[in-house]
Design a protein around this ligand. Structure first.
Ligand code: SF4
Length: 392
């Protein structure tokens, strides 16, 4: 059994099946509860989107997840964001994009972003005061901050639409809606701790121990996410899978994207070769989890690619004249949902499977250790594609 850094879906368990049963049931509970409390607001927002033709209307679950995310991220970062009086928000947000497109510049950009995150985006240590409901102007500011961090760009792009809607409904109704979101956030905080807290027991002690280690690093925000955010992302991954499934099952080919930390050998010894999609395993180690997925893919008609964290995901977007590609992506709790939103924005039908625990050398552990995903969950997703039913 590997050391648990922040979360583990398998600690004291044979595998992560118990987690998947729990999180699926909880995602349903969250959606039911949300439909009662913030559901009418979501319906109003959908009507607004249709009226102004802002986008092709997506699944209701996606809008619910956006509102839940707004409540939790405002609660978590609202005060810190509002304390920032001056910052090069636009430059920082562009840099977060450049590092994906220009891998050669990534190291230099990350160095700069790490310093700027601590100097200008997180000047105070902790959130100390009670959080209030935001005003429209504060939502503008917090969205600029979210984009500048590079961690919440996808959420910010979606919150800006909500903000546009809220600005049309008058102060009293706006305040009433924000109160419902705040109430829901409180409920989610306590209920998610009951259901998912067993899997995230080390998050708080890790943050306490490691704050100084991440102080000038670009992954400071990503690696010091709160326990509440872990729970949001766990449920978020489930809700996304529900919302995106219909699109995914209608794709013709499947690729499974896994992070480099799943390799059984250190980076320098791994024999995977570079292709335009990422790295392709060459099967140098039978017990390597990537190799096992590659073998499974040969039998079941999917390709496996190792892709680095913060890769350019536009590569997976549908192209005219090509078969429609579905993607199953795996990553750790702190990054998976952001990637899911990004794939959605590029029109890629995606599903996600969490890593059972995190362990990469770059972000989490001094020496690093190989990570894994739940193969049963992967098979369930593959089986949801009717074309795959026959072969699994
Ligand atoms: S089996 Fe594949 S992914 Fe694993 S170390 Fe070898 S080449 Fe790399």
């Amino acid at each position: 059994m590997q050391e648990t850094i922040t979360y583990s879906l398998v600690e004291r368990r044979k595998n992560s099946e118990e987690y998947y049963n729990a999180v699926k049931a909880f995602a349903k509970e969250v959606l039911d509860k949300a439909s009662e409390s913030i559901g009418p607001d979501v319906n109003e927002f959908i009507t607004y989107i249709k009226e102004f033709k802002l986008e092709e209307v997506r699944k209701t679950e996606e809008y619910i997840l956006e509102l839940i995310s707004f409540g939790i991220l405002w609660y978590t970062y609202g005060n810190a964001a509002l304390e920032v009086k001056h910052a090069p928000f636009i430059t920082l947000s562009r840099m977060a994009e450049w590092r994906k497109k220009h891998q050669k510049l990534k190291q230099a950009i990350d160095l700069f972003r790490g310093i700027m995150t601590t100097l200008v985006l997180l000047p105070k240590k902790e959130r100390t005061t009670e959080i209030n409901l935001p005003t429209i102007e504060q939502i503008d500011k917090v969205c600029s901050w979210f984009e500048a961090t590079g961690e919440f760009r996808e959420e910010a792009l979606r919150f800006i639409r909500w903000r546009a809607f809220w600005s049309t409904i008058g102060h009293d109704r706006f305040e009433q809606k924000l109160k419902s979101i705040a109430l829901f956030t409180r409920w989610f905080e306590s209920r998610s701790l009951e259901v998912l807290g067993d899997y995230t027991q080390n998050v708080e002690s890790f943050i306490e121990k490691s704050q100084s280690r991440y102080r000038w690093r670009e992954d400071r925000i990503s690696c010091t996410r709160t326990r509440l955010e872990y729970h949001l992302n766990m449920v978020g991954a489930e809700i996304m899978n529900l919302a995106f499934r219909e699109d995914f099952v209608n794709t013709e080919i499947t690729s499974v994207l896994v992070p480099g930390c799943m390799r059984g050998r250190p980076f320098e010894e791994c024999k995977a070769v570079k292709v335009k999609e990422g790295l392709k395993c060459q099967g140098c180690l039978p017990k390597c989890k990537v190799n096992q997925l590659r073998e499974m893919g040969k039998r079941n008609n999917f390709d496996v690619y190792i892709i680095p964290h913060a890769s350019d995901l536009t590569l997976w977007a549908p192209k005219p004249g090509r078969q429609r590609q579905g993607v199953i992506a795996s990553a750790c709790v702190t990054t998976l949902v952001e990637g899911g939103w990004e794939l959605k924005r590029y029109g890629v039908p995606a599903q996600c499977v969490l890593l059972d625990y995190s362990g990469c050398k770059k972000h989490w552990h001094r020496d690093g250790f190989p990570t894994q995903l739940n193969v049963h969950e992967l098979k369930r997703i593959l089986n949801s594609k009717s074309s795959m039913n026959a072969c699994l």
